[in-house]
Design a binder for this molecule. Structure first.
Ligand code: ADP
Ligand code: MG
Length: 465
């Protein structure tokens, strides 16, 4: 593969620009939030500078390059100018991807070895968010049961039979992952010999499928026996995959029978899981099922005040009230909005007022109100795959047309509140079973093919942005 070369001769002080890009990146992260940052900017690097007024960045793919260009370039240029007024132009190009240490991040499941649970304590802890501790978790009536149960699990030296598994469930952005990381931090601090393993359900599934393929289920189970607390996040991604579900739950049983503590999170309660056998549902609900409810106004105020206090920033009561009453969807959005307001005020060096807050969040609040239509989805998906919008409602079975159509159906299911029958109608008067089939197919592919999954998630973000 052709190696990519940095044109060192073309600038005098590379360090300066690398540092500059680091500062700009930091601003981007606090302005747009971690999720967006990770999706778009974390793999962008400083490439070269020519003269001292122009900077070139490198993107990992053409797609990322184009997306950044059309959506974030104004901000990036502004930030460069802010940190170094000499910079007059910024460009971004695609560099060839060289397989190196960074590919571990892109394909974490392929490259990190599962057989090394023993030596990976450091890795496990380093994959945890240091901010997600019990200390940083604001407790209120909506989450106090989940909090207390999590703390008990972390405090105990053994599995707690009546809380095994501890099943945390609730909508997105309400603190499930935060609590799981907090369990890991706390348990590790209390008793460093206690082995804690935290993993997303997708990662677990991926390992599992690999073991199935290699006819290696025994050693797969064996590996988990050395773990004292096993946490699997977002288990809804596993359920409904009939072929593997059965085997998965055998493994799960073996772990619990072995007196290991399991903590599971899910976006719904065990009884609400579709396509899961009753006896498995009942097994999942055998321990403690703790619901993380939507936040109340009081809890949102508490969370905002706690975050501001930690950052040592003072903000007037009416700003807090505005945020807590307007951003009600979940804590992640609430934090995002607060970070945006703070980043903006830091950037322009002005105090945070109710007026500036309203101003900064205007687009965000408006886009919260704007709803996504099936037509939107069809258009964007067709555009992405270079097929005709009319093919979205055609009956053509050619894979290059049928697959994008299935993806569009899947996205319509998850991004709109339309019924399966309504979705079918918009895709050329198709039956609701066709929609179910499409949704299932896409979900299966998302489990078995990680690149495909990234692709679908990316599309989903594009449609929502
Ligand atoms: P989930 O896993 O339920 O989707 P997360 O655990 O990722 O949600 O939480 C989303 C964000 O909200 C995180 O940054 C987390 O720290 C924050 N958060 C959620 N609940 C609380 C809380 N009670 N106190 C403080 N921060 C919270
Ligand atoms: Mg989560």
């Amino acid at each position: 593969m052709k190696q990519f070369q940095v044109a060192k001769a073309s600038y005098q002080d590379g360090e300066h620009y690398v540092g500059l890009w680091r500062s700009v990146s930091r601003d981007l992260a606090s302005y747009y939030g971690d999720d967006l940052y990770k999706s778009w900017f974390s793999k962008v690097d400083f490439l070269e500078a020519s003269g001292d007024s122009s900077v070139i960045l490198s993107a990992p793919s053409n797609f990322v390059r184009d997306w950044i260009k059309s959506n974030y370039f104004e901000m990036i240029s502004k930030l460069f100018g802010h940190h170094d007024p000499k910079i007059r132009s910024v460009d971004i190009i695609t560099k060839e991807v060289i397989p190196d240490s960074t590919s571990a991040e892109i394909l974490p499941m392929v490259t990190s070895s599962f057989t090394s649970l023993d030596d990976s304590r450091e890795d496990i802890l380093s994959s945890l968010d240091p901010r997600f501790t019990f200390d940083n978790f604001v407790v209120g009536p909506p989450n106090e049961l989940a909090y207390a149960a999590s703390l008990a699990v972390a405090e105990s030296n053994n599995a707690i039979a009546k809380s095994n598994p501890l099943f945390l469930y609730g909508g997105v952005g309400l603190g499930k992952t935060h609590l799981m990381h907090a369990i890991a931090w706390h348990a590790n601090k209390k008793n460093p010999n206690r082995k804690v393993l935290y993993m997303s359900a997708e990662k677990f599934m991926y390992r599992f499928i690999k073991a199935l393929r290699n006819k290696d289920i025994m050693s797969f189970k064996e590996e988990f026996r050395s773990v004292d607390i096993l946490m699997i996040d977002d288990i809804q991604f596993i359920c409904g995959k009939e072929s593997t579900q059965e085997e998965f739950f055998h493994t799960f049983n073996a772990i619990i029978d072995n007196n290991k503590q399991m903590v599971i999170s899910c976006d719904r309660s065990p009884t609400d899981l579709d396509n899961v056998e009753d006896r498995i549902k009942s097994r999942l609900g055998w321990g403690l099922v703790a619901d993380v409810h939507s936040t109340t106004y009081e809890l949102r105020v508490g969370i905002l005040e706690s975050k501001l206090e930690k950052m040592d920033i003072k903000v007037s009561k009416n700003v807090i009230d505005f945020l807590a009453s307007k951003i009600t969807s979940n804590v992640r959005e609430l934090e995002g909005a607060l970070n945006k307001v703070i980043a903006h005020s830091t950037l322009v060096g002005r105090e945070i007022t109710l007026e500036s807050t309203q101003d900064i969040l205007r687009d965000l609040l408006r886009s919260n109100e704007r709803s996504i239509t099936i037509e939107d989805i069809q258009k964007k998906v067709a555009n992405r795959y270079n097929v005709l919008v009319s093919d979205m409602s055609s009956a053509r079975r050619l894979r290059s047309v049928a697959r994008p159509r299935q993806i569009a159906m899947y996205l319509s299911k998850i991004l709109t509140s339309k019924s399966l029958a309504d979705i079918g109608k918009k895709f050329g008067k198709k039956d609701h079973t066709t929609v179910i089939h499409a949704v299932k197919r896409v979900e299966e592919l998302m489990v078995s093919d990680l690149e495909f999954k990234d692709e679908v998630n990316l599309l989903s973000r594009i449609i929502q942005s």
